[in-house]
Ligand binder design. Structure first.
Ligand SMILES: Cc1cc2nc3c(=O)[nH]c(=O)nc-3n(C[C@H](O)[C@H](O)[C@H](O)COP(=O)(O)O)c2cc1C
Length: 438
């Protein structure tokens, strides 16, 4: 039986790479010039990746222990660059791959977002996408004049209205509105540019957009909803989903669920590409890979502060208050990343907090081995689940590095390309067409 072809993508923040590791180069101080990500983009395009996705948040957090010390000491959520201006720069350095930036429906006005995305779609000739998030941190909200974010499900209600406006603005110019007719002296046919006159529950936007949509019309929509409300939102709007269900069964349940929801919403489920988070550990031999995995899983002080710091930031629960050698109290709740906290609570049942973070599996499946053996495992998983691909990420302390990118691009992905399960070519001009190719 031949294996199912699948997609590869890379998930990254625009922040300092693993600067304490021996192969950090000069990145500790130079990463904000974007050249690190430029090298990454070229390597990943050579390796047949469909896209790079940049996560984002806009806060300096003092949730952990009531001070910004941990966040800034480890560079967890800050310093962080805005991925939006980075995208056209990466597109100029590559020819085919797509680039996705995260922008929050809770903080952007829909008109600015629609305009920025349309402009970037033109600049990149159809190679950008938008990761739609509703954000989960009140500390970020307070940078935009909002004391506290609305409740979780209401954020998605707002996002539904927001995305309809954005799509309406992208559609406000008919495709042949720009006539550039020298004979009549008419540049735009005003009868083909239509105001939106949107008046909804949360927003009021007149329109039309002040430029036509780019080559993709609607740039690629990416989403990562994990909760039932989030999945419903994703199934209505997304072209690609980032997901972190656990194990083959969890992956299949998630994909089947969003595909069924998409069909119920009148969409073709094949138009949604579900990507599973993995962090493959690659060695020249199986033994070397296992030793690397053992070292990566060691819970150093840095690692502990990083994991607890990130948990604190995204859930807005101060994890410093808990005794690491006792179980997590039952009554911890969040208005932030619900599925993240719930997954942690499930994992932590019957364990101390330390044991729970030690066994923390952020990946869908754990992949450890040589390029060939990891390629086997990836194909087995995709064959069992039905599709669609993997979202690879380096973790902040050790593998957010050029070295790791090269292990994946030149080692693992090249092996997958030789087997014909990962693309060597991009047959179409735009990101969205290539993504939907299979
Ligand atoms: C791979 C991945 C990337 C994400 N990136 C971001 C991000 O950049 N910014 C953000 O605010 N939330 C991000 N999230 C959070 C999601 O948007 C979502 O809120 C989260 O998965 C919880 O799902 P829920 O909103 O349905 O509860 C990400 C989640 C995942 C799994």
């Amino acid at each position: 039986m031949s294996s199912t072809p699948f997609h590869l993508a890379w998930f990254t923040p625009f922040k300092v790479p693993a600067w304490k590791m021996p192969w950090a180069g000069h990145e500790a101080t130079e990463w904000l010039n974007g050249r690190y990500y430029l090298d990454m983009a070229r390597a990943l395009e050579r390796a047949g990746f469909d896209y790079m996705m940049f996560e984002d948040s806009t806060l300096v957090s003092d949730t952990y222990g009531g001070t910004t010390e941990n966040d800034l000491k480890h560079g967890l959520h800050a310093p962080k660059g805005d991925p939006v201006p980075l995208l056209p720069m990466l597109a100029m350095a590559t020819e085919h791959m797509g680039f996705i930036a995260t922008m929050s429906t809770s903080f952007y006005p829909p008109f600015i977002l629609a305009r920025t995305m349309a402009t970037m779609d033109h600049l990149t000739m159809g190679r950008v996408g938008w990761n739609v998030v509703t954000s989960s941190e009140d500390l970020a909200a307070q940078n935009y004049g909002i004391d506290a974010l609305p409740p979780h499900d209401e954020r998605y209600d707002r996002a539904d209205e927001f995305i309809d406006i954005v799509k309406g603005l992208w559609d406000s110019w008919e495709p042949d509105a720009v006539v550039a007719d020298r004979a009549t002296g008419r540049y735009v046919d005003h009868t083909k540019v239509h105001p939106l006159h949107h008046v909804g529950k949360f927003y009021k936007v007149r329109g039309p957009l002040n430029l036509p949509a780019g080559p993709q019309g609607h740039p690629v929509i990416c989403q990562a909803g994990g909760s039932p409300r989030g999945r419903e939102f994703a199934s209505r709007h997304a072209d690609t989903l980032l997901s972190s269900p656990k194990g083959i069964d969890g992956m299949k349940e998630y994909r089947d669920d969003v595909r069924a929801r998409a069909a119920a919403n009148g969409r073709n489920p094949d138009d949604i590409k579900v990507m599973y988070i993995v962090q493959p550990v690659i060695g020249e031999t199986q033994a070397e890979a296992q030793e690397l995995a053992r070292r990566r899983n060691e819970l150093t002080q840095d690692q502990t502060e990083t994991i607890l710091g990130i948990m604190s930031i995204t859930t807005e629960v101060d994890f410093k208050q808990f005794d690491l050698d006792k179980p997590l109290p039952d009554d911890v709740t969040t208005n932030g990343h619900q599925s993240g906290l719930n997954a942690f609570k499930k994992r932590a049942a019957g364990k101390t907090v330390r044991e729970a973070i030690m066994g923390q599996q952020t990946e869908a499946i754990q992949l450890v081995g040589t390029p060939a053996s990891v390629a086997d495992q990836m194909s087995e998983a995709i064959d069992a689940v039905g599709g669609d691909g993997f979202l690879i990420r380096g973790e902040p302390v050790r593998t957010h590095s050029r070295r790791y990118v090269d292990e994946i691009a030149s080692g693992l992905a090249a092996e997958l390309q030789r087997r014909g399960v990962v693309r060597r070519e991009y047959p179409h001009k735009t990101f969205k067409e290539n993504l939907k190719d299979f």
